[in-house]
Design a protein around this ligand. Structure first.
Ligand code: ADP
Length: 752
């Protein structure tokens, strides 16, 4: 640029521009060619030169612009967001700044303006050369971005902070940071003050990560809790970057901080939920596992271990097909692969041949693989099979017509009945179809009460135990039956009942009763007669012996022998009598016909009389009687039956202990009961035998009947037990083998 250009006082107009450039034709070319808007103006801000790009940028032609005050023409002002013009390349006196100017049409234009001072040869400033570039579009984007960031920071509770390391001050860069820390806006903190706010548990970690970042020249990232003034805790996440000076010393730390309490809470909730899910998975009775898409175990609950016998360590990370090759080629493999491929959930039952187990399997494809629930239902299948079998058996039973089977409602209306039931009652399938059959109407009035009792039982427990009753058949005949019933299910009022025709049994019972009366009368009567006759013969002979004098010794010996034979006959008839009585008792017990008459009696007297009787015919043993001090011991009992028990105990004691040993009968009285003891010095009984001697027909093979009565059926103690229990008492024995036995029975004391 030649000095002549700047000697003009008042440069301006197209002419001067042309003048200035005409001497430098190639410079003019460049001037017009560049994309930047080039403006040259003097110290009074008057425009000297104005290229084509300037015309484009500002709308004013060179003609209009030259000579005008540039700042008036373009209404220049600095961009609001820009601070002081940034000084670049000061040594070259070049400035760059962002300016806002106004286009000819009135709209604002953002320009980046680089300015160069033009000096004359003596170094005086004579003009300013500007190169301007349109940055309106970029500015708009920047503004939008800033707005977004500002919005994000307020909306997302993001705070900016910086820490001037050299001054040791962390200045909260925006309002959010201070509010995030729970401090008033504008607070500045030292590093220590900031650390004081950090939760003590997190402090060490935060300090460590700052130190690490400084030492390793990395970015900072840490999460920590701050204690707010109201003692609430807030989770924050901070990220920062360290800036270094030219010597590589850290100068500044700048970062953002974000409230992550919500995320932490969700994490906690999620962790809790996860823990809950895990604990549920651990506690469910189903076995549960998860496999990844390549069939590796990624999770297995405790039941898997139980079910497969493999520990989780053995399973996790392994492929199911490697661990359980027995699954390969099974329905399980086929379904699992199908579920994995189609992403469809599936449920099926599966029988594993190798272990003979049934499984119920649920497959749920997940994003990362497949979840499998399985349950060993072998037991269930067995029950199901058993149920089906029993149902089939029940059907067979119904169809076999061995017993009558009927379903009816609780009003007695028969809904279904098998052949046996219909035949039994003399009805036909047509009668059944006409819905006219009602079992209540077929019941004679005297059985209504037992029926009602049965219905009550059915209502309470759902079943009624077998009971006997009668029906009136279609032909008007009485039909004895045994019936039992059950409700179909707990909620229904339909019951199923079985009925067994008891005609034959009743007939048998009748015959048995007849037999019993024959036994009792036809057998016992002659026996009593024999007994009487023998006793008469005995007495006559004894009288004859007393009256006769000096009988020949031979005759006397014959008479004495005969008397002994007669005594033996009496003993045998008595045995016979006892035997008949025992048989009758057993049959009465079996047919529930044993009748007792309980009345207040003096137990002392009953025992005394029984013992007297036995003493009368007993010669081999001494029978001792030990009675309590009181005059009487009242019990509610059947006198004869108690006497029978005493006699039985004592007879056994006499029978099974060697002659000459005493038998002691003792009565003791306690608070609420009296006890009769019969003690012998016989062979005694082992504990095992003690518990069995009360059974019907039980006899101890090793115990010898010393009297060889020949009528030991093993019924006596059984009858004694039944008799005493029917009188609300108890029986028992205390014995040591080889040391005798003490049989006892107790009866409750009568009130008053
Ligand atoms: P049985 O008519 O055979 O005596 P019991 O029922 O009275 O029938 O007795 C059952 C069995 O108990 C007897 O066969 C005998 O083996 C045994 N037994 C009963 N009493 C005594 C006793 N006092 N000492 C030893 N064994 C006894």
């Amino acid at each position: 640029m030649g000095k002549s250009l700047w000697q003009q006082d008042k440069p301006g107009g197209e002419n001067s521009r042309q003048e200035m450039l005409s001497s430098l034709p190639w410079q003019h070319e460049i001037f017009e060619l560049v994309y930047d808007a080039i403006v040259l103006y003097d110290l009074q801000d008057r425009i000297i030169a104005w290229n084509r790009s300037a015309e484009d940028l500002y709308g004013w032609s060179a003609q209009e612009a030259i000579g005008q005050n540039i700042h008036n023409l373009l209404k220049t002002h600095r961009s609001a967001t820009e601070g002081e013009g940034q000084e670049l390349f000061t040594e070259k006196a070049l400035f760059a700044s962002e300016l806002i100017r106004t286009h000819k049409d009135g709209r604002e234009v953002n320009v980046e303006s680089r300015q160069k001072f033009i000096l004359n040869e003596v170094g005086q400033l004579v003009a300013i050369l500007e190169a301007n570039r349109d940055i309106t579009a970029r500015k708009q984007i920047e503004e939008a971005l800033k707005e977004q960031i500002r919005f994000a920071m307020t909306a997302g509770e993001i705070g900016l902070w910086s820490w001037n390391i050299s001054k040791d001050q962390t200045g909260a860069a925006n309002v959010n940071t201070t509010s995030l820390l729970g401090l008033p806006a504008g607070t500045t903190l030292s590093y220590e003050q900031f650390m004081d706010l950090v939760h003590p548990d997190d402090r060490q970690r935060v300090m460590q990560s700052v130190q690490d970042a400084l030492a390793q020249r990395t970015d900072l990232a840490y999460e920590f809790r701050v204690v707010l003034p109201n003692n609430d805790l807030r989770w924050l996440s901070s990220r920062g970057r360290v800036f270094y000076d030219k010597q590589g010393r850290p100068v500044n730390l700048v970062g953002v901080v974000l409230d992550i309490s919500e995320r932490k809470r969700s994490e906690e909730v999620l962790n809790e939920a996860n823990a809950r899910v895990t604990s549920i998975l651990e506690s469910i009775t189903d076995a549960f596992c998860h496999l990844d898409t390549d069939w590796h175990y990624t999770y297995a609950n405790r039941h898997i271990e139980e079910l497969t016998g493999r520990s989780r360590e053995e399973l996790l990370g392994k492929r199911i097909w490697d661990i359980f090759p027995e699954f390969i080629g099974t329905v399980f493999e086929q379904k699992a692969r199908e579920a994995m491929a189609t992403r469809q959930a599936m449920q099926f039952e599966f029988f594993l041949e190798s272990t003979r187990q049934y499984f119920s399997i649920h497959l749920y494809p997940t994003e990362s693989g497949i979840s499998i629930y399985f349950n060993d239902i072998s037991e269930f299948v067995q029950v199901k099979t058993a149920l089906l079998e029993s149902e089939a058996r029940f059907r067979r039973l119904v169809q076999s017509n061995i017993v009558g089977v009927v379903t009816a409602d609780l009003e007695g209306n028969v809904i279904e009945a098998n052949e046996a039931f219909l035949t039994m009652l003399g009805f036909t399938h047509e009668d059944l179809a006409s819905k006219s059959l009602n079992w209540q109407k077929l019941t004679p009035p005297e059985y209504r009460a037992v029926d009602e009792q049965a219905m009550r039982e059915l209502g309470i427990s759902g079943i009624c135990k077998p009971y006997e009753k009668e029906y009136v058949t279609g032909q008007g005949r009485r039909l004895p039956v045994l019936v039992a019933g059950a409700l179909m299910d707990t909620t229904s009022n339909i019951c199923v009942a079985v009925a067994v025709d008891m005609t034959a049994q009743k007939e048998l019972e009748k015959q048995k009763e007849t037999l019993m009366s024959i036994v009792s009368h036809e057998l016992r009567t002659p026996l009593t007669a024999i007994n009487g006759t023998v006793q008469l013969a005995q007495r006559r002979l004894q009288r004859f012996l007393k009256a006769a004098h000096e009988l020949p010794s031979e005759t006397e010996e014959i008479i004495q022998n005969t008397l002994q034979l007669l005594a033996q006959s009496i003993r045998q008839t008595r045995m016979q009598n006892r035997l008949i009585n025992d048989l009758l008792d057993v049959s009465r017990i079996a047919t529930d016909k044993l009748e007792l008459l309980l009345q207040p009696y003096d137990l002392l007297q009953i025992v005394r009389e029984a013992v007297e009787d036995l003493r009368y015919s007993e010669t081999d043993h001494r029978i001792e009687l030990l009675l309590p001090a009181q005059d009487a011991v009242l019990v509610r009992a059947d006198e004869g039956r108690v006497g029978q028990v005493v006699a039985n105990y004592v007879t056994n004691a006499l029978k099974y202990s060697s002659s000459g040993t005493p038998v002691i009968v003792e009565i003791t009285v306690e608070d609420t009961e009296a006890r009769v003891w019969v003690r012998d010095q016989g062979p005694g009984l082992s504990p095992e035998v003690q518990s069995r001697i009360w059974d019907r027909f039980y006899r101890v093979a090793t115990v010898k009947d010393q009297q060889q009565s020949g009528v030991n059926l093993g019924l006596g103690l059984y009858i004694c037990q039944v008799l005493i229990e029917r009188q609300h008492g108890k029986v028992g024995v205390e014995s040591v083998q080889g040391e005798g036995s003490s049989f006892w029975f107790s009866l409750p004391l009568a009130q008053g």
